[in-house]
Design a protein around this ligand. Sequence first.
Ligand code: PLP
Length: 224
Amino acid sequence: MSISENIERFRDQLPTTVELIAVSKTHPSSAIEEAYKAGQRHFGENKVQEMAAKAEELPSDICWHLIGHLQTNKVKYIADSVHLIHSVDSLKLLKEINKRARQAERTIDCLLQVHIAKEDTKFGLDEDEVKEILESDALAGYANVRICGLMGMATFTEDESQVRAEFAGLKSTFEALKAGFPVSERWNPTILSMGMSGDYALAIEEGSTMVRVGSAIFGKRDYA
Ligand SMILES: *Cc1c(COP(=O)(O)O)cnc(C)c1O
């Protein structure tokens, strides 16, 4: 199936409460343009330079999502163009995002990445570390960032019950944090980003509001 057919299929299939992020990493701008013509506006990239370069040459109404690990020294490259950073995993990173957002005279929306997979190769915080960030006096002073929810990646396994349990765990963490931390200028938890090509259906059943789908839209990647 073509990229535009895939976009249409997802649009028909997903509940209206779930936002589709088309993960275009490693794919050329022409592929993004095809999805764009089919009406897709939210795209995900995992590398800062690649996202910045694509943002420069593609239509300005695209919402760019940074989904990959973000190093502090690279925040400056995306401060103007990013719509939502899914992969925040430290207060130090939030401090830098706040600084660059202030310089760009904007607020940058972020998700905290929570480690839910059994594999220890994946980045992310545990629930206590998320709480420490939300409680911290430092965060209260970061007037140019807003934490809009959580992101997580399940273990890459055929075992559906394990994947489901990991998503359910993230959903319950999300609910606990919503109950424990009142909405503020810095914390407006509306987004639960979970689910990729192989597991988005399970993620949606477990409460996802945002799925990040790459290969099921654009086809196989050669790397990354
Ligand atoms: C690459 C990537 C995706 C998309 O993966 P697919 O399996 O191609 O859908 C989603 N989330 C993150 C964080 C990624 O790096």
